[in-house]
Design a protein around this ligand. Structure first.
Ligand code: PLP
Length: 474
C-alpha cells in the first residue's frame, strides 16, 4: 500500500467511522448472533494474492459488523464503560504511524518522558499524594501506563513479593499471603495464580456494611496467619468494586495492613476517574497517602480509548527489584528511567500520546463536567427505581452505577426481567450477585449517553417489569 493509496483509504476509513458513530443510537446494542456465527464466513486460509481495501471493507460491513457489541452506544449500560474518543483515536493513529517500541529511554526518549509527564498530570488532576509523582524520574515514586488493571495488580504483587522476601530465605515464598475482600475483582486471584502466591484470602463483607471490608476482619485474618507462621505480603483494597461500587475504607485498612508489613495496593479500575472531582475525592478517595500503589483505567471512564491503565507506586525500588533484568544490548542508558523495569513485557506502545491528546483537547474542566453528567444521570435512574414500589436499590448508588432488583419476587423473575430487557436489543445491561441475590446493574458512562437514553432505559425496564410481575406475581 503506497502513501497515496493510504491517504485515500484513510479518508474513507474516517468517513466510515463518522457514519458509524452517527448510526449508533439506532443500532441494536447487542448483536443477535450465536457462537460460531463467523466460522463459515471467513475462508479457512489467508489469501495468496492481495484483496483490495474495498473488498475487505465490504466484508467488514457484511460479515463482521453483525457480530459487534456496540460498546459506544448511548444505551450501553453493561459491565463498566470503555470510553472511546476522537482525540484518543487520533493519537492512536499517530502512535501506530510512528510504531515505536518504548522499552527504554534510549529506545524512545519521547514516549518515556511524555509518559512521566502525563502520569504526573493525571496524579495532579486526581489529587494523588506527591509521593506518586515521577518528577522527571528524580524521585523514588512515579507512574507507569500498563495495559489493564490485571497487569497492574500482577506488577504490584511482584513488587510486594520482592520487598517481603528481602533478606529472607527464598523458601519463605511458600509462606506469602495475599488479602482482599470477597468483592475484589477476580484479577486479584489471577495475580496470585500468576505470581505463585498460594495463600489467598478473600475476606467476607456484609450487606449492612454496603459490601465494604471492615479493618477488624482484615486484622483478624492477618493475626491468624501470623500465628500460623505465615508471611502477610499483599493487601488489595478496592475503590468502586465491580459488583456494586463499594468503597473499602482505604486509610484504616492500610494502617492494619502496613503494620504487619503488607504492600497495599488500591484498585480503582473504574471509579478512579471520579477522583478528578473534588467532592468525590473527599467522599471516596481518602487514605491514598498510606498506600504503596494505586491504579485506575482512564480507558474505562476518561475517554482514553482502550488500553490505558495508570499505575502509580510510592517507591519504585521493589518494582525494579522484581522486574529489571538488563541484557547487555539494553545497557548504557545512564540514569534515565527505563519503563521495561516497571512492567512484564519488554515492548510497549506509545500510550501516553492518547492521554496527552485527551487531557489537552478536553481540558480538566470539561472532563469534570463529563463525569458529573454521568453521575447525575445515574442519580436520575436511581431516583426512578427508588420511587417505584415494585423495585428496590440493592446497594447505595455510587459513581455511575445503580444496582437494583424487583422486590419480593423469586430469583427467576429478576432473571426474566434482565432477559426481556436485553432481548429487545435497545439497551444492554448485565447482572451481578449481591449476598447470593440476583441483582441488575445499570452503569452509566458511555460518552454519548444523555438523559433521554437513561429515561428510555427506565421506561423499557419498567414496561418489562409489568409483564414479569404479571407472570411471577409480587
Ligand atoms: N478491577 C475492577 C474493580 C474492575 O471493575 C475491573 C473490570 O471491570 C478490573 C479490575 C479488571 O480490569 P482490567 O480489564 O483492566 O484488567
Amino acid at each position: 500500500v503506497s502513501v497515496e493509496e493510504f491517504r485515500r483509504m484513510g479518508y474513507r476509513m474516517v468517513d466510515m467511522i463518522c457514519d458509524y458513530y452517527s448510526s449508533l443510537p439506532q443500532q441494536r446494542v447487542r448483536p443477535d448472533v450465536q457462537p460460531g456465527f463467523l466460522r463459515d464466513q471467513v475462508p479457512p486460509s489467508p489469501p495468496e494474492q492481495p484483496d483490495s481495501f474495498e473488498q475487505v471493507l465490504e466484508d467488514v460491513h457484511s460479515k463482521l459488523m453483525p457480530g459487534v457489541v456496540h460498546w459506544q452506544s448511548p444505551s450501553f449500560f453493561a459491565y463498566f464503560p470503555s470510553n472511546a474518543s476522537f482525540p484518543a483515536a487520533l493519537a492512536d493513529m499517530w502512535s501506530s504511524a510512528l510504531s515505536m517500541i518504548g522499552f527504554s529511554w534510549a529506545a524512545s526518549p519521547v514516549s518515556t518522558e511524555l509518559e512521566m509527564a502525563m502520569m504526573d498530570w493525571l496524579a495532579e488532576l486526581c489529587g494523588l499524594p506527591p509521593s506518586f509523582r515521577c518528577n522527571g524520574g528524580a524521585g523514588p515514586g512515579g507512574g507507569v501506563i500498563q495495559g489493564t488493571t490485571s497487569e497492574a495488580v500482577v506488577v504490584a504483587l511482584l513488587a510486594a513479593r520482592a520487598r517481603a522476601l528481602r533478606g529472607r530465605d527464598p523458601a519463605d515464598k511458600l509462606k506469602l499471603v495475599a488479602y482482599a475482600s470477597d468483592q475484589a475483582h477476580s484479577c486479584f486471584r489471577k495475580a496470585c495464580m500468576v505470581v505463585g502466591v498460594d495463600h489467598v484470602r478473600s475476606l467476607p463483607t456484609r450487606e449492612e456494611d454496603n459490601w465494604e471490608l471492615r479493618p477488624e476482619v482484615l486484622q483478624a485474618a492477618i493475626s491468624s496467619d501470623l500465628a500460623a507462621g505465615l508471611l502477610p505480603c499483599f493487601f488489595m483494597a478496592t475503590i468502586g468494586t465491580t459488583s456494586s461500587c463499594a468503597v473499602d475504607p482505604v486509610g484504616p485498612l492500610a494502617e492494619v495492613a502496613t503494620s504487619s508489613g503488607c504492600w497495599v495496593h488500591v484498585d480503582a479500575a473504574y471509579a478512579g476517574s471520579a477522583a478528578l472531582l473534588p467532592e468525590q475525592r473527599a467522599a471516596h478517595f481518602r487514605g491514598l497517602d498510606r498506600v504503596d500503589s494505586y491504579s485506575f483505567n482512564p480507558h474505562k471512564w476518561l475517554l482514553t480509548t482502550f488500553d490505558c491503565c495508570a499505575l502509580w507506586v510510592a517507591d519504585s525500588g521493589p518494582l525494579k527489584e522484581a522486574l529489571s533484568l538488563t541484557p547487555v544490548f539494553l545497557r548504557a542508558t545512564g540514569n534515565a528511567l527505563d519503563y521495561k523495569d516497571w512492567q512484564i513485557p519488554l515492548g510497549r506502545r506509545f500510550r501516553s500520546l492518547k492521554l496527552y491528546f485527551v487531557l489537552r483537547m478536553y481540558g480538566a474542566e470539561k472532563l469534570r463536567s463529563y463525569l458529573r453528567h454521568h453521575i447525575a444521570l445515574a442519580q436520575v435512574f436511581a431516583a426512578a427505581v427508588a420511587s417505584d414500589p415494585r423495585f428496590e436499590l440493592a446497594a447505595p448508588q455510587r459513581f455511575g452505577l445503580v444496582c437494583f432488583r424487583l422486590r419480593c419476587v423469586p430469583r427467576e423473575a429478576n432473571e426474566a426481567l434482565l432477559e426481556a430487557v436485553n432481548g429487545g436489543g435497545r439497551l444492554f445491561l448485565i447482572h451481578t450477585e449481591l449476598g447470593g441475590r440476583f441483582t441488575l446493574r445499570l452503569a452509566v458512562g458511555s460518552a454519548t449517553t444523555q438523559l433521554e437514553h437513561v429515561e428510555a432505559a427506565w421506561e423499557e425496564i419498567s414496561r418489562a417489569a409489568d409483564s414479569v410481575v404479571e407472570r411471577f406475581g409480587q
